[in-house]
Design a protein around this ligand. Structure first.
Ligand code: MEV
Length: 323
């Protein structure tokens, strides 16, 4: 048993299949080299203390006896729900100090909540010396995320745990690591924070009132993911670009595109990207462009259209113990 464990996990970018993955379809996600860190220390107190300076949280504390009985502030909800579920599942308990740190802003849509959930559970398994394999880690983290935000496929948890580039089916039914080292991606940030849960609900209402038509869109998204799975591995970026453009058109039909996303996506295409699409829930956050060539020109065009370039490496390693 250790008194102090630090764990890190990567953020993610959705490549293909967002929203459809909520309806049992596959998606493809890549882990990025921007990480979240959680240090968990055991204490002799009866308090769980959380420090999350990037979210403006300094020494927020909750009594052990209040875990699961009080509403946690949203900045610490994923961390405290992870602790609550871990303690209940493994019948352990201790005072803790948990400190989180991030390489990236929580507004980018890189999946900071999921990465911090994975880090917290992994660190607790080290603190209490409990073997938790990757699939069990996924299951506990997925339960945590569903309890906190009510919706989600869990694809971001899979990226945080396994890293690399992954073919994923909702709820973790299928998780396949794809043999891809680096993707020629340009990432543009809109400057607007999207609210994933409300966008997922919005698509849900749209689906309810247009079931037959939206079902066809999800089926087409599935086809795109299946094709992209092959074309990404062989590096056929002309075809990957076509698939990105088709996927973007379908996401637009679901009502999750915005003018700002469209501006950045069109700018990237005009500047030479083989294809470009939004990445994630839509409504803001990031867009991605595939660009084996003319990367600089695409970056400039995205900036001229009002976007911010986020420089990331893809297929980054998954969760790991740092200390
Ligand atoms: C959000 O990044 C991607 C969605 O498919 C939600 C999810 O899969 O959890 C919209």
């Amino acid at each position: 048993m250790k008194n102090k464990v630090t764990v890190s996990a990567p953020g993610k970018l959705m490549l293909f299949g967002e929203h459809a993955v909520i309806y049992g379809m596959p998606c493809i996600v890549t882990a990025v080299d921007q990480r979240i860190y959680a240090k968990v220390e055991k204490t002799d107190t009866n308090l769980i203390v959380v420090n999350a300076p990037s979210l403006g949280v300094k020494s927020y504390s909750v009594e052990l006896s209040d875990l699961g009985r009080v509403d946690y502030p949203k900045e610490v909800r994923f961390v405290l729900k992870s602790v609550e579920i871990f303690f209940r599942k493994f019948k352990v308990k201790s005072g803790l100090i948990i400190s989180t740190k991030s390489d990236f802003s929580s507004t980018f849509g890189f999946g900071s909540s999921s990465a911090v959930t994975v880090c917290t559970i992994k660190a607790l398994s080290g603190i209490f010396d409990i073997q938790v394999d990757d699939k069990s880690l996924f299951d506990i983290a997925y339960k945590t995320v569903l309890q906190v935000q009510g919706v989600g496929s869990g694809f971001d948890l899979a990226a945080a745990i396994w890293g690399g580039t992954i073919y994923f089916v909702g709820g973790g039914k299928i998780i396949i690591s794809l043999k891809i080292e680096k993707l020629p991606l340009v990432v543009g940030y809109t400057g607007i924070k999207a609210d994933t849960a409300s966008l997922v609900r919005k698509v849900g209402y749209f689906y309810k009132s247009n079931k037959k038509e939206i079902k066809l869109i999800f089926d087409a998204m599935k086809l795109i993911v299946e094709s992209a799975k092959k074309d990404l591995v062989v590096g056929n970026y002309t075809r990957v670009g076509d698939l990105a453009n088709i996927n973007q058109g379908l996401l637009d039909s679901l009502g999750v595109n915005t003018k700002k996303l469209s501006d950045l996506i069109l700018a990237a295409r005009v500047a030479g990207a083989t294809g470009a699409k939004l990445s994630g829930a839509g409504g803001g956050d990031c867009m991605i462009a595939f660009s084996p060539k003319s990367k600089k020109a695409i970056e400039k065009a995205i900036e001229a259209a009002g976007g911010k370039i986020l420089s990331v490496k893809t297929s980054a390693p998954g969760v790991r113990i740092e200390q």
